[in-house]
Design a protein around this ligand. Structure first.
Ligand SMILES: O=C(O)CCC(=O)C(=O)O
Ligand SMILES: [Fe+2]
Length: 301
């Protein structure tokens, strides 16, 4: 059976995309509604391309008489058209150290795909201790935002204790937030409050993605506050003698938890294709403390 793309479907695609739905989610919904995957993909790509061209034509100046019309941009895929800007660290020229404003930070490892950068000395030892001590009275078994409802729940995949600082709540928190914002070129206002996690022996955070799953019914509610997550910085506040590394199974990378160091990674769409699956490996000896900073597309308040 041949399926025909109707004007209603085109209109629906444009509405979903304008509302911030990623192409993968729109595609998925179409397939679930009975569209053949190849028809759905072609319709999505063509509709978005036509729509963007129409928007662009509205803005572009008409060519002067006798002048050739402006060249059409190279054909982009629907995914490329929907790609968002993400936090990133300026590493062109391969600098050994980065100026984070009030502190120089070492570049230890950088990976381009996925974007992962291991940073040395993002925090001083005193700052690590300061975060741990400030968090202690507020620790509770970690809750994860539950995308099914938009609420919070106890997550068996995450056996750590945790708490959130409010953004800018103390001089220490403010200083660290400003440093991260400068390093990853992303506004402080787009960041969630720093989260501190404490893992005891045997505790872990099973591999997961930090973005919110577009297929979960609670996700649109979560996204109203600042849009998707697009980047993460995990800072190590202490050093468990064994275990507790941050693993990236898709690329076989394990980052050792070294006090004051951090791992940064970014993801331009909420999709496993970003290869940003990661987890906190079980702590085998001692305990582990980390502070996580998540960055959103827009202002988070
Ligand atoms: O504990 C770790 O190494 C990873 C933490 C993490 O993935 C998170 O906080 O989202
Ligand atoms: Fe994570």
């Amino acid at each position: 059976m041949t399926q025909t793309v109707t004007p209603e479907l085109r209109q629906w695609i444009i509405e979903q995309s304008t509302a911030g739905c990623m192409p993968e989610a729109v595609l998925d919904a179409m397939v679930k509604a009975g569209w053949q995957a190849d028809v759905a993909e072609a319709a999505l790509e063509q509709t978005l391309r036509d729509h963007l061209q129409k928007l662009g034509a509205g803005r572009a100046a008409a060519p002067a008489p006798g002048q050739a019309p402006a060249q059409q941009p190279a054909q982009a895929t629907a995914r490329e058209m929907a790609t968002v800007r993400v936090p990133d660290i300026a590493l062109s020229g391969s600098p050994r150290r980065l100026d984070a404003g009030d502190r120089m930070v070492d570049v230890i490892i950088s990976v381009t795909q996925p974007r992962v950068v291991v940073l040395g000395g993002l925090l001083s030892h005193e700052e690590c201790d300061g975060l741990i001590e400030a968090s202690r009275p507020r620790l509770a078994r970690s809750l994860t935002v539950q995308t099914a409802t938009g609420g919070e729940e106890l997550n068996p995949d995450r056996t750590s204790n945790g708490m959130f600082f409010n953004r800018g709540e103390s001089e220490l928190v403010k200083r660290i937030e400003a440093r991260i914002a400068r390093l990853v070129n992303w506004p402080v206002e787009n960041g969630e409050g720093i989260q501190v996690l404490n893992y005891k022996v045997g505790a872990e955070y099973k591999p997961h993605y930090d973005y919110f799953d577009p297929n979960e019914p609670g996700t649109p509610t979560i996204l109203k506050r600042g849009g998707q997550r697009v980047g993460t910085v995990v800072m190590y506040l202490n050093e468990p003698p064994r275990g507790g590394g941050t693993t990236f199974p898709d690329i076989g990378l394990e980052v050792a938890p070294v006090r004051g160091n951090a791992v940064f990674f970014s993801y331009n769409r909420p999709h496993p294709g970003t290869m940003t699956l990661h987890g906190g490996a079980p702590v085998l000896e001692g305990e582990k403390w980390v502070a996580t900073k998540w960055m959103r597309e827009r202002v988070f308040e």
